[in-house]
Design a protein around this ligand. Sequence first.
Ligand code: PLP
Length: 363
Amino acid sequence: MLSSAIMHTRIAQVSIDNEALRHNLSQVKAFAPDSKVIAVIKANAYGHGVHNAAAVLSGADAFALATPNEAVLLRQSGVTKVLIVLQGFSSLDELKLLASHNIQPVIHHPSQVDLLEQCAEVTLDVWLKVDTGMHRLGVPADRVEACCQRLRACGSVANIRLMSHFANADDPDHSLNQQQLSVLNSIADQTGIHDISMANSAALIALPDSHKQWVRPGIMLYGSSPLNGKSAEELNLKSVMQFESRLIAVQNLKQGDAIGYGSLWQCPEDMRVGVVAAGYADGYPRHAKSGTPVWINGALCPLVGRISMDSLCVDLRGVEISVGERVVLWGRELSVDVVAKHADTISYELLCHTGAGFVSSTR
Ligand SMILES: *Cc1c(COP(=O)(O)O)cnc(C)c1O
């Protein structure tokens, strides 16, 4: 992520639309009206600035962070809401740190139960993460009952809630989704725990059976679509990060002239090419392919040639645009999802790499 010191010296700038962020939270509640909301604001709120996001999302019931330090920093900044650490703790010191700040860890591995058993002097609520089929973090289904018994015997554990995560929620028809859900349901019956969180953004929208008591939206809060084949606009989600810059040069080139490093793209005819002050140093993906749209004054201009550190080039055929024109790399005028697709990645990665603590809020 870029530091504020760097960003303030750049022409390319990121700003955050707080109204859009609040709107997307209201969409979460419209999709899952009977569930409490754990707003996922890990990785600096997917690059949107975690302190601002926490303030704007005050309507959420809880916040989820990835690591203990993220959560402690947020707590120390004065946030009093329920804070959940998705990766939990990995040492006694971290466990004590979380307990002393009233932060709830996710327990995903027996080694964490060992630490809880060694730490009788603290009290905290925990989330037991169950591996229902993703095979990343979580206690295997056949070990959950035993793990629960150990947790219940721990003096340090007050409440136990259940959590699990879908591997394929972006593809709602994938057969593993229903399998994962039925494993989760039988674990709920087995353990008698009916305080459960399963749904990420995609499941929140497309798999209502998975809503349970707590939903865990991340990406949809930031106005990007979590579903393959559905746009953010179709889901009534509004873009939160506005990534803009300006056109700093217009070149009149001849047929056959090649553009940029590696001379990869050649002008098929005499034409105008624009240079935008945004490159990979600003968080624009270097692997975005020629043809990726760039919004300039109402036109979608295709990117041409390689992305440089501080600039990128666009095909200006058919548009009358001059130096100084406002350029949107992604935001309200052009979805980050479209750019991500052209760069063979997902919006999550682009957002995380672009934003940072420097961001200014609008509206
Ligand atoms: C990041 C994360 C989420 C949020 O996922 P989105 O797809 O951004 O909604 C939910 N749960 C867990 C465990 C996560 O790591």
